[in-house]
Design a protein around this ligand. Structure first.
Ligand code: FAD
Length: 184
């Protein structure tokens, strides 16, 4: 199974790989779509993260991750959310029309080039829902200013949190988390 998806639906060959390992368009395992944990299960090696002091009894059954290795789906996701939320938190309080168009273009391109293709596919579906559509110049729309765009971004992230079985973030605290710092 490919991350809970039907491989036939995606037109790709089903391979005998552990659940959770996602294949890329070329049929090879997609690193930025898969967590280090699942990657380790596939290679049948124990993966030891860079910070660990652990010494395995035999290097044949362990892989040491260097601190500068390519990101897995989680590392990439954390860094990307930091960028996206920081962009939303520094968006103008009231956005002029050209900023709104620019942001819509950015999100559209982002949703097509995000390296975790399964993540990108679900994100594209979410932004296409009528209630989530980004429409520049729309009265009361998501792109009108920082507050509304931040809530939109918070909703996008919560959609992924729900999908992964994580706790939802309280979007009323969005500005504190990503702009002002926590109130005492
Ligand atoms: P993250 O979810 O990365 O969150 C980082 C920090 O953001 C948290 O510590 C918290 O302080 C804050 N935060 C959490 N929720 C919100 C919110 N709603 N609003 C504002 N701030 C918040 N991974 C998958 O395995 N499958 C997917 O399909 C998938 N899709 C993704 C789609 C996108 C567009 C992105 C950017 C990432 C996706 N990811 C996906 C990665 C996933 O969302 C996480 O980044 C990853 O699992 C690491 O999670 P984390 O618990 O470290 O915190």
């Amino acid at each position: 199974e490919i991350a809970g998806r039907d491989a036939v639906e995606d037109g790709r060959t089903k391979k005998a790989i552990p659940k959770g390992v996602v294949l890329d368009k070329d049929g090879k395992p997609c690193r930025s779509c898969t967590s280090f944990h699942e990657w380790a299960a596939m290679t049948r090696k124990k993966i030891i993260p860079p910070q660990s002091k652990e010494t395995p009894s035999t290097t044949a059954t362990a892989t040491f991750l260097p601190p500068d290795c390519p990101p897995d789906v989680e590392t990439l996701g954390r860094s990307t959310w930091t960028l996206l939320h920081t962009i939303a938190a520094t968006y103008p309080a009231t956005a002029p029309p050209e900023k709104q168009t620019e942001m819509k273009t950015f999100i559209g391109i982002f949703s097509r080039i995000y390296p975790c293709w399964v993540c990108a596919e679900d994100f594209r579906q979410w932004i296409e829902r009528p209630e989530n559509k980004l429409v520049p110049g729309q009265e009361g729309g998501h792109l009108g200013g920082r507050a509304s765009f931040g809530q939109w971004m918070c909703g996008a992230h919560n959609e992924v949190n729900r999908k992964l079985g994580k706790r939802e973030f309280d979007c009323s605290r969005y500005e504190e988390r990503w702009r002002t710092g926590w109130a005492d």
